[in-house]
Design a protein around this ligand. Structure first.
Ligand code: IPD
Length: 287
């Protein structure tokens, strides 16, 4: 089934903007009422009424426009696998915890995968009015007019990097220890054998972390526990900006991830703008 990516991109931008207005309205309602939220897997895995409303809106629009395509959304997910069919993979509100706290790092994330490969991504933060887009062979853009350059400043060593990580919602071992060990290996002093990167950032939205890597505003982003709707749109944008995504696992020998083709391949992800030039100092080796 062939898909006109130019038309799909235009469509996805228009529904992302509408979803953004719903999020602004939802935030205004939350500020004026004692708005609540529900817990999913645990007390830090949250969903609001607005997440559900935005997802219903997006699924209705996508099904009307592309009745033959498949749909996977965070709030309606019921174990569907990503097949080879064109599949829209959507996070209505990525950064729900930020949304609940009124912290403006929140985005709607709309991705399209074909053959399991992310080919189109639209990520819109309505609170900062920041739009990131990318479609296969068409480049990646910020706010539609600023093309993200594929050549970026040279990073001689991982020690010069600004790296995003997230705590995510899985707070039990072994995941928690794995995250904390990685944070330590990245930030600790070189005299103790660590990488001592410039610093870590935790934006609270996987989609925005990936966009910031794509735009060269961050050098790398590492997280355990992402789902396809957290990463699909971002992968498409990052690839068009010259970056790479890896899915893999951490062993005592380091990161074993490979360039990612299938977005269900793993739930540990590494996104990079570029691999540092210094021998033996790759982002992968640091994991
Ligand atoms: C979460 C955010 C968070 C990341 C989690 C995601 P949600 O998505 O992107 O930054 O750490 O892994 O699940 O729940 O806000 O849509």
């Amino acid at each position: 089934m062939s898909v006109d990516l130019d038309a799909a991109l235009k469509f996805a931008v228009s529904i992302a903007k509408e979803a953004g207005q719903m999020m602004r309205d939802g935030q205004a309602r939350r500020f004026s009422q004692d708005a609540g939220q529900e817990e999913k897997a645990n007390s830090v895995d949250l969903v609001t009424e607005c997440d559900q409303q935005v997802e219903k809106f997006l699924v209705a629009k996508i099904k009307a426009e592309y009745p033959d395509h498949k749909f996977i959304g965070e709030e309606s997910y019921d174990g569907e696998k990503v097949t080879d069919d064109p599949t829209w993979i959507v996070d209505p509100i990525d950064g729900t915890t930020n949304f609940i706290h009124g912290f403006p790092m929140v985005a709607t994330s709309i991705g399209l995968a074909i053959g399991g490969i992310p080919v189109l991504g639209v990520i819109y933060n309505p609170f900062l009015d920041l739009l990131y887009t990318g479609a296969e062979g068409r480049g990646a853009y910020m706010n539609e007019s600023i093309k993200l350059p594929t050549a970026v400043r040279s990073l001689d060593s991982l020690s010069e990097a600004l790296v995003a990580v997230e705590y995510g919602s899985s707070r039990r071992d072994p995941a928690l220890s794995n995250k904390l060990d990685t944070f330590k290996r990245l930030t600790g002093d070189k005299r103790d054998g660590h990488k001592m990167v410039h610093s870590l950032r935790s934006v609270g939205s996987a989609a925005l972390n990936i966009c910031f890597v794509a735009a060269g505003q961050l050098d790398a982003y590492w997280e355990i526990g992402c789902w396809p709707w957290d990463v699909c749109a971002g992968m498409a944008i990052l690839k068009e900006a010259g970056g790479a995504s890896y899915a893999g696992k951490m062993t005592e020998k380091g990161w074993t991830g490979e360039p990612n083709a299938a977005i269900m391949a793993g739930r540990k992800y590494l996104f990079i703008r570029q691999v540092p030039a210094a021998k033996g100092d790759t982002v992968r080796a640091a994991q």
